[in-house]
Design a binder for this molecule. Structure first.
Ligand SMILES: NC(=O)c1ccc[n+]([C@@H]2O[C@H](COP(=O)([O-])OP(=O)(O)OC[C@H]3O[C@@H](n4cnc5c(N)ncnc54)[C@H](O)[C@@H]3O)[C@@H](O)[C@H]2O)c1
Length: 314
């Protein structure tokens, strides 16, 4: 039988703290690793969006895997739609079909919260958001579980989206990305931008920046000067960052990343070493993160009887 887990089902099943634990554990154990990174397929479409597939999501010691298929249509709401197939590793049985918009936002946003928290100054308690969308929502949700946040300031091309985000999370609206960076010690960018939104002079000494929107060739949120000035520039995966992430946008090689999130969480890299250092985290998102959260949701759904079961072979 295959369990169908909708957005509503997933929101009742997923717990941010349990998801943070699963993601922290995966990064600390280097769950993906280059050997099992698998394939990331992206193609343009004769429509205003792209089709992407990530496969397989694998975790050491887990006899299951995921295949994720996403539509990315920046002007749509939600912008990401698709499905994650969770398969049994023993015989390929399709255990679950999960709403990918929800799992993707949770795994991206909560993993980004870990990267943000580990690099930001311990006392930074004002978070700025540029791009008030699905991914940023979960970064703030995760960050609140990791450190106290005194204030939030948000900017979006859509004033309505910015206002709704500020109302949801408690905080105010800013008129530009530069205004956000002037007011916040932690800045999270999660947009569809193809040009830098922040340059070095915009950023406060000691600021931390998490750039999530740079996960495909051609996308950019931070200027090359800002990235080069970072005392710690961290990524989730060096080759992917150089091929299509924050390094690619600046023409930097894989070796230009000072650390990975795994190295930071394992203590293999010291992370921030001074209060005035600028730090940057720029992940592209890894397939094992989809498996980690899909498994949590599927197991919990089985325990609680959540989600319809269908027999696709009937
Ligand atoms: N790094 C990763 O692991 C990862 C994973 C999933 C999605 N993403 C990327 O994150 C980005 C955001 O995804 P989402 O699902 O939150 O999208 P979304 O459409 O829900 O939110 C994006 C928001 O950014 C705003 N925006 C777009 N361009 C802007 C600009 N130049 N200045 C200010 N605001 C702007 C939009 O109005 C929208 O409200 C996308 O680029 C997506 O591809 C990254």
């Amino acid at each position: 039988m295959t369990r169908i887990l909708t957005r509503g089902d997933l929101l009742t099943l997923l717990d941010p703290s349990a998801c943070l634990d699963a993601l922290r554990d995966g990064f600390a154990r280097d769950a993906g690793g280059a050997a099992v990174e698998g394939q990331r397929i992206r193609t343009d479409l004769p429509f205003p969006g792209t089709a992407t597939a990530l496969l397989p999501g694998l975790l050491p010691g887990v006899e299951a895997y995921t295949v994720k298929v996403n539509a990315k249509f920046p002007a749509a709401t939600p912008a990401l739609r698709g499905v994650i197939c969770l398969h049994d590793g023993a015989d390929g049985e399709l255990l679950a079909l999960l709403d990918s918009a929800t799992i993707t936002a949770w795994r991206t946003g909560l993993a980004a919260a870990l990267g943000t928290h580990v690099l930001a100054s311990p006392g930074s308690d004002v978070v700025g958001v540029v791009g008030a969308g699905a991914q940023a929502d979960l970064v703030v949700t995760g960050l609140r579980r990791l450190r106290p946040l005194r204030d939030l300031v948000v900017h979006d091309l859509s004033p309505e989206r910015a206002a709704a985000f500020a109302a949801r999370h408690g905080g105010g609206v800013a008129g530009s990305a530069a205004e956000v960076a002037a007011r916040a010690g932690i800045v999270v960018l999660a947009t569809w931008s193809r040009a830098p939104l922040l340059d070095l002079p915009d950023v406060r000494p000691g600021a931390h920046l998490t750039t999530l929107g740079v996960d495909e060739p051609g996308k950019q949120e931070l200027s090359p000067a800002l990235l080069r000035a970072a005392g710690v520039l961290a990524v989730d995966d060096r080759p992917l960052a150089a091929a299509m992430g924050v390094l690619a946008a600046t023409g930097l090689p894989a070796g230009a990343a000072h650390a990975t999130l795994g190295e930071l969480l394992r203590g293999d890299h010291p992370g921030r070493t001074g209060p005035d250092q600028i730090t940057v985290y720029g992940p592209v998102g890894l397939p094992w993160q989809d498996l980690a959260l899909s498994l949590l949701a599927w197991r919990e759904a089985g325990r609680r009887g959540v989600g319809a079961e269908i027999d696709l072979l009937a």
